[in-house]
Design a protein around this ligand. Sequence first.
Ligand code: AMP
Length: 606
Amino acid sequence: MVVKPAPGRRSSEPLGPAACESDAKKLEFIEEMTANAEQVQKRVLAEILERNAETEYLRRHGMSGATDRKVFKERVPIVTYEDLKPEIQRIADGDRSAILSAVPISEFLTSSGTSAGERKLMPTIQEELDRRQLLYSLLMPVMNIYVPGLDKGKALYFLFVKTESTTPGGLPARPVLTSYYNSHHFRHRPFDPYNNYTSPTAAILCPDSHQSMYTQMLSGLLHRLEVLRVGAVFASGLLRAIRFLQLHYRSLAADISDGSLSFDQVSDPSIRSAVAAFLRPDPALADLLIRECGSGDWAGIVTRIWPNTKYLDVIVTGAMAQYIPTLEYYSGGLPMACTMYASSECYFGINLRPMCRPDEVSYTIMPNMGYFEFIPCDESTATDAAAPATAVDLTEVEEGKEYELVITTYAGLYRYRVGDILRVTGFHNAAPMFRFVRRKNVILSIESDKTDEAELQAAVERASKLVEPYGASVVEYTSQAYTKEIPGHYVIYWELMMRGEGEKEMLGAEILDNCSLEMEEALNSVYRQSRVMDRSIGPLEIRVVRPGTFEELMDYAISRGASINQYKVPRCVTFSPIIELLDSRIVSTHFSPRLPTWVPQRHSLT
Ligand code: AMP
């Protein structure tokens, strides 16, 4: 089929050449969707509105079966998760009537975004799996344009499921990837030379993260010369795998040398039988592992162990950008491919130039995935929350401008604010390409946790109560996501004011250590789960700085042009000179002495 670009937009270089016939079909699909973005969006919205015409939500908003975009925008409000909480609670409690979606909700996807400290529950329907699968199927055809020969070897990807729960009404609630890996699409996928993973499926599906990681690392080592790419979903996941190798290489080497999987490390029978199929004694490989990992030099470890790796497949955009230098160090500067942009609510799009530099990554939203609108950033941030936001369509966005993403999905979210801020960097055919700028309001993130300013403030307030009896108060604070070590952790700088000198003596280190723990207790459940279950965030640290430090911080900002009237203490710092200034004024440091409390969510939203 010949694809004509929509009128009014410049055409782009066509994607290609395709590596094989099936890739050519996929690339053609991308061209078709992007060239006809406007028409596809119109169709998608009409389909969503038509099938859901009788839902309680659309009827309440007076849609009366209309499928027209103008009517939709006039009558249906732009909403946040908080607005939908009553509906979501009813579905979670077991109300099977057509509240948001005419098609039954099949499960909830637990987003890493939180509401009142708990994970958000995103309703989804069975067929969304097909849509996600479709987006996944576009990734390799695009990658194959830039990296030839990926069918000649394997991919070492560290992929994990997390524990699942059930809502009071009996629907499963789990992260989107856990849902996908457990689906028929993934479990029974046909052999694909372009997606040939070293990790046995049984290891990926094992909810015990130690057994899963141990096996995935072992399998990756056993196939080391075949590995052509190394990856995880997010950068933090890949760094956890490297940390795991640092901690467990001796045990891995022993198993490789013996050709047997130690029961202490992995007891899961399905994993053990999967590994038995390819684990044979290989003393030479064990020696190499001991030599490379035991030397104490971790620079370039990825290419030293997996010498044929062509790139890292890992998302390093958004909050993950903080890991780029560390990944460069461990990989000896391998390219990092960020292939897709997705969320629990909806999978959005793909990177059509996956081998570009991390700071140049743009994602093209695929117009068939949902109906997309964009609130211009000046409006979304400048107006008060109560004022109705205006939103433009996918093909109306302007290059260079920033927008907040709003989605309408087949699963029954209507004009829902995702919370992501995107900048338009150009167009592929008629479809805009977006740089991920930031998550609205999030100031601290180590992996999937997202802590906003209000949560940090509440945590500081709660912890500062512990020092009040000692005549101390927290007069200023700021924070930093510390990622120079794996796992990373939150660092909170406190400037204390003491009522009297004598009282200072009484404020012992133990009390401040407990303040760190108290802050953790106050943070949201995703943070605490990462601390307790996944151990992917280290203990929170309070760094007490000398009195007057925050005034120096202000002087520094003013010397760099900040207005003295408008100066506000930044609640999170990333600029190295500021961090150096703070660190040079440290009086004492205090780590959380224990794990905070975390219990799996009960999915009662009230
Ligand atoms: P979740 O709802 O937990 O699945 O998280 C989805 C969120 O993760 C998105 O809304 C983004 O904020 C973030 N995210 C997903 N993919 C990317 C990406 N490629 N680059 C930056 N941030 C991303």
